[in-house]
Design a protein around this ligand. Structure first.
Ligand SMILES: Nc1nc2c(c(=O)[nH]1)N[C@H]1C(S)=C(S)[C@@H](COP(=O)(O)OP(=O)(O)OC[C@H]3O[C@@H](n4cnc5c(=O)[nH]c(N)nc54)[C@H](O)[C@@H]3O)O[C@H]1N2
Ligand SMILES: Nc1nc2c(c(=O)[nH]1)N[C@H]1C(S)=C(S)[C@@H](COP(=O)(O)OP(=O)(O)OC[C@H]3O[C@@H](n4cnc5c(=O)[nH]c(N)nc54)[C@H](O)[C@@H]3O)O[C@H]1N2
Ligand code: SF4
Ligand SMILES: [Mo]
Length: 581
């Protein structure tokens, strides 16, 4: 039996026991994994992989593919070469390729399709973004799921929710809303207003933690002045909530140990950073930071405290709005921009202009279909790596478990390119990995964890310059509301974004009176597209939903970035719907 760690973009960073026959099982001894894996890893070997490199549609040998790659890198100006990395595998060694492209003076796509708007807000207030792991949440009395859907995205959190008072704040009736003590079916984009409304009422009800506010925070008085200036009616309307629901929420949390688990749902907007800051402000008023079972947890900075390799200096292209058309050579690793980036028409337009697209990945997808050169990667079982998780403090070793003739590792590809272009070679993989681990890990009960979590998160300090929690004093909501439906982007069980088994339906509320499979057309200023519908009772009357990975999930999403964090803003728009007759 060998042990490794799931490489996928997921809170849980599962520890995996691998048998001689390469059967994958959840590690029973691991405190988070507790012996089970999800659909993706349980069926890992059944998903078809790309086995052979291809050039212009023809299968070729790996040596030929690497020769063609070198020729292309020689042909095109480095300043017209773009390196783009997705999040198909979150191992540390995935970043190694950047080292070559930076030495080559190519341009690196930089920014996020995911959580960075929220992360920017967390960092403004707390200085660093630490996680609330399932082991921490276990000690809570009340858990608030705020735009986060653990049944689908964070299933190893579920045991920690058992027996707790549960509050769900989500425009969708997610599975856990049926077991919740309170579900606030908030209007999309309403979370900042709801959080500030709650702050107002916490002050009015004198529920705030004065000791914490005095000793550990900055700008509280200014914050109170700032929120007092916003009309109560506006706060209620923007969140589309009523005072009874809010009263119930305050009643449920009063004097309790509260863990607030926030997901990316709340921050898929241009002011996403301010949403997290407002939720954090509520957490600070209640004095939740640094205490057992309490806190506000988001997708954390997994590398915090570690000395990470591959920090490079290079020219950058903003990732969520990357203009591929500016480049001759586009190298895409571990991502599927033609499906996952916002505003598909812009991505297509750009990639159509690029002279050579290289796709370096595991599976066929929209991007591999459009690529000129395809280089298969090795799976996580056939290369060395280490994973730090954004949902818990455990360090996951990922040793190579099997030799495979298929594909090439990111490290091997990088070493080959560095040598071919006369750059210094890298340290050995083992050295790089061990240095990362040694930089901030300790062993506890037989497992490696991040030293940062030897104390409770923020127990001793915040990581701002002042060492205090810093309240917000402004926000800028620049969204111009318009007629139409909100279009929610969410994750589903059987896919990991566009990998594995995707769901193509447009989910619509029952009030529209549509039948399953009926076709509708959605339109907004970013595009127009037809979908087959699936009516559902889980949606508000003003919402539609497309799951991540659906074929045309990004036809209507904005070609835009958040105010902070260089992040995509998938839900900063509305759509009009008409029946296709
Ligand atoms: N099975 C599976 N697991 C995954 C993934 C996957 O694709 N499949 N993806 C992984 C990745 S990349 C990430 S980033 C994480 C994300 O993990 P989560 O944040 O849990 O995922 P989402 O489904 O994007 O969003 C969570 C919830 O936000 C809600 N929401 C949407 N808009 C709003 C809003 O305006 N306000 C509020 N309050 N809620 C809103 C949605 O209805 C949804 O229920 O999951 C990871 N885990
Ligand atoms: N409409 C809509 N769009 C979204 C989202 C949404 O909810 N709705 N979610 C957004 C979010 S949160 C995220 S994180 C992004 C994700 O967007 P992407 O990063 O594009 O994610 P995937 O679709 O999972 O594509 C991952 C790719 O990595 C490849 N891969 C897997 N393992 C390896 C490996 O070891 N090496 C290499 N070289 N390749 C590998 C796989 O073949 C796959 O093609 O999408 C964003 N886009
Ligand atoms: S739950 Fe997440 S970490 Fe665990 S096996 Fe599934 S994708 Fe991997
Ligand atoms: Mo993500």
């Amino acid at each position: 039996m060998h042990f490794t760690t799931c490489p996928l973009d997921c809170f849980d960073g599962c520890s995996i026991a691998v048998s001689k026959e390469l059967k994958l099982k959840g590690n029973k001894a691991h405190p988070i994994t507790q012996g089970y894996l999800c659909h993706h890893l349980n069926h890992f070997h059944t998903f078809e992989r790309i086995e052979e490199p291809r050039y212009l549609g023809q299968s070729i040998k790996m040596e030929e593919a690497l020769t063609i790659l070198q020729e292309k890198l020689n042909t095109y100006e480095p300043s017209r070469t773009l390196f783009f990395k997705g999040s198909g595998n979150l191992g540390i060694m995935q970043g190694v390729t950047k080292q070559f492209f930076a030495s080559h003076r190519a341009v690196l796509a930089s920014g996020s399709l995911c959580d960075e708007a929220g992360d920017a807000g967390v960092c403004e207030g707390r200085g660093a973004n630490l996680c609330l792991s399932p082991l921490h949440v276990k000690d809570a009395e009340v858990v608030i799921l705020w735009g986060r859907n653990p049944t689908v995205t964070n299933s190893h959190m579920l045991p920690s929710l058992k027996g707790k008072t549960l509050i769900v704040i989500d425009p969708v009736k997610i599975d856990l809303s049926h077991h919740a003590d309170l579900h606030i079916q908030i209007k999309p984009r309403g979370d900042l207003y709801l959080a500030l409304l709650l702050c107002r009422l916490v002050a009015m009800e004198e529920m705030e933690d004065c000791t914490f506010l005095n000793e550990r925070t900055l700008n509280y008085k200014d914050f109170l002045d700032f929120i007092s200036g916003i009309p109560m009616r506006k706060l209620l309307d923007k969140a589309h909530v009523n005072l009874d629901e809010i009263g119930e929420l305050l009643h449920l949390i009063k004097g309790k140990k509260v863990s607030i688990l926030v997901g990316i749902g709340v921050q898929k907007y241009s002011f996403g950073h301010s949403v997290l800051r407002a939720i954090d402000a509520l957490g600070a008023m209640l004095g939740l930071f640094g205490k057992v079972g309490c806190g506000v947890g988001y997708l954390s900075n997994s590398g915090f405290g570690y000395s990470l390799p591959f920090k490079v200096d290079a020219k950058k292209e903003p990732l969520p709005i990357a203009n591929f058309g500016k480049y001759d050579l586009v190298f895409i690793q571990g991502g599927n921009p033609l499906n996952q980036m916002p505003c598909t028409s812009k991505v297509e337009e750009g990639l159509d202009k690029a002279k050579c697209i290289v796709y370096f990945g595991l599976h066929e997808n929209e991007t591999s279909a459009r690529a000129h050169l395809i280089i298969p990667a090795k799976t996580f079982l056939a290369k060395d790596d280490v994973k730090l998780s954004y949902g818990h403090p455990f360090v996951g070793r990922m040793p190579k478990i099997v030799e495979s003739p298929i594909g090439i590792s990111e490290y091997a590809l990088t070493q080959m390119l560095l040598a071919a272009f006369g750059h210094d070679s890298l340290e050995s993989e083992a050295t790089i990995i061990e240095k990362v681990i040694a930089s901030n890990s300790v062993e506890k009960d037989g497992f490696l964890i991040s030293k940062t979590y030897e104390d409770l998160p923020y127990e001793k300090t915040f990581y701002t310059k002042s060492g205090q929690f810093e309240f917000m004093d402004e926000f800028d909501d620049d969204f111009e509301d318009e007629e139409g439906f909100y279009l929610i982007a969410a994750k589903q069980n059987k896919s990991l974004n566009s990998q594995f088994v995707t769901d193509e339906y447009l989910y619509v509320p029952l009030c529209l009176g549509l039948e399953q499979e009926e076709r509708v057309r959605l339109t907004n200023r970013y595009g127009t597209c037809e979908y087959a519908v699936m009516p559902t009772a889980i949606l508000r009357d003003d919402c539609l939903l497309l799951y991540s990975g659906a074929k045309n999930a990004n036809r209507l999403t904005p070609h835009a970035m958040s105010q902070e964090g260089n992040c995509a803003t998938y839900q900063e728009m509305k759509v009009r719907l008409e029946k296709v007759t």
